[in-house]
Design a protein around this ligand. Structure first.
Ligand code: GLA
Length: 387
């Protein structure tokens, strides 16, 4: 990857001497879905796949972007004096948004950049290619301009730019997982105060498998923002009867005792998911600490059911993948992962069942959906780095 981006850099912009090469990972979430904007817990890990960039300072204020994943768009030009979102800017709205977010915090770049990107996260897979691009951008800006920010700041700046520049009201999970990733560990993050613990996730006798449905339904962003406002509204209603800051403050019992305050059945289901999923996540991490993989898997399965029925962010293709996974002997747990409406599932599968899992789930998906699923055995990697 390093050689590839440098070679492309040389081809497009001439001399690659002095260009730095950087990497930031994608993520997969094990459990704790749609809890991160509800002040709940999440349990994601960084992947060894992600986004790479070769970057070099210019002497003027021009920005030149090129992505090897979007060759047909060619070199996209912009300027430090034009950090505003536009449809025409396509994927460059992500790095531009991060540059804008740094500037908003008083950290201004004093020259433009030439940039070549290449990523190996399958596009639209829900493994956070956009968060990895945001964290990557922040990471090279810090390196090149000496901005005084921590990796947690990189995550917050990435989220801020995605919310305010790209119009997606995402929580902090994806950017945090990318910026704070640690090899062989998942991150148990409390999104209410950003306190976190690493938890080793090397499974004895089992593998983590990500299955890509290769579908992405177009309502992703709008439905996501809608879920988020439904939860906010439900929280307001609950606050009239119980003293809480966010849905993550409630136990299941407290929710059941107070849910009458929510005046709409749909909102009640959304809030129920947020509360129960948070408690499931806390329990799952506890189970993992106690080496109780069976319970961890059962909680993953329950998470799927809740995302399918109460939060309604799954889709037929994903439900087929999960149902078929549940049928395979040796599958410890399987669920949708990420924002939803397509993308990937995450499963824990016993070593000896991995091949059967791929064959059976792959064949059933082909038969029932008419599409090919892709399978990746996950390796958990570190956060961003300079190569
Ligand atoms: C997307 C968002 C995250 C999180 C997940 C759902 O990936 O970017 O912030 O809300 O969906 O858990």
């Amino acid at each position: 990857m390093k050689e590839q981006v440098l070679k492309k850099f040389e081809e497009l912009y001439g001399n690659a001497g002095g260009a730095g090469v950087y990497f930031a990972p994608g993520r997969v979430n094990m459990i704790g879905e749609h809890t991160d904007y509800n002040g709940g817990h999440v349990f994601p890990c960084a992947l060894t796949i992600g986004t790479y960039a070769a970057v070099k300072k210019r002497t003027d204020r021009k920005l030149r972007f090129y992505s090897m994943n979007f060759d047909s768009m060619g070199v996209m030009e912009s300027s430090l004096d034009d950090l505003t979102p536009s449809n025409a800017a396509g994927w460059t709205n992500y790095p531009k948004g991060v540059m804008w977010a740094f500037a908003e915090r008083g950290m201004k770049m004093d020259c433009g950049l030439d940039i070549v990107l290449n990523g190996n996260i399958p596009n639209g897979s829900g493994l956070s290619s956009s968060a990895s691009l945001e964290v990557l951008t922040g990471f090279y800006l810090r390196d090149l301009f000496g901005f005084d920010v921590t990796n947690v700041d990189l995550a917050l700046i990435g989220q801020y730019s995605e919310n305010n520049f790209n119009g997606m009201n995402c929580g902090i999970m994806d950017q945090f997982a990318s910026a704070m990733g640690k090899k062989d560990n998942a991150i148990f993050l409390d999104t209410a105060d950003l306190s976190y613990q690493y938890a080793p996730l090397v499974l004895d006798g089992a593998k983590i498998i990500v299955t890509n449905s290769n579908v992405k339904h177009s309502l992703v962003n709008s439905a996501y923002n809608e879920r988020r406002s439904e939860c906010e509204k439900a929280l307001e209603e609950l606050k009239t009867v119980v003293d809480i800051k966010n849905l993550g403050n409630l136990s299941e019992e407290q929710f059941e005792a107070n849910k009458g305050a929510i005046k709409d059945e749909i909102r009640k289901k959304r809030a129920k998911h947020a509360v129960y999923e948070n408690q499931r996540t806390i329990r799952a991490v506890e189970a993992l600490k106690n080496n109780n993989l069976k319970e961890f898997g059962e909680l993953m399965n329950a998470s799927h059911v809740s995302l399918r029925d109460d939060y309604e962010v799954s889709c037929d293709e994903i439900d087929v993948l999960v149902e078929e996974a549940w049928k395979v002997d040796g599958v410890i747990g399987s669920r949708i992962t990420g924002g939803g409406f397509g993308g990937c599932t995450v499963s824990i599968v016993k070593d000896e069942a991995v091949e059967t899992f791929k064959e059976k789930v792959g064949a059933a998906y082909q038969e029932r959906v008419g599409k090919t699923a892709d399978f990746y055995v996950v390796e958990i990697g570190d956060g961003p780095s300079k190569l």
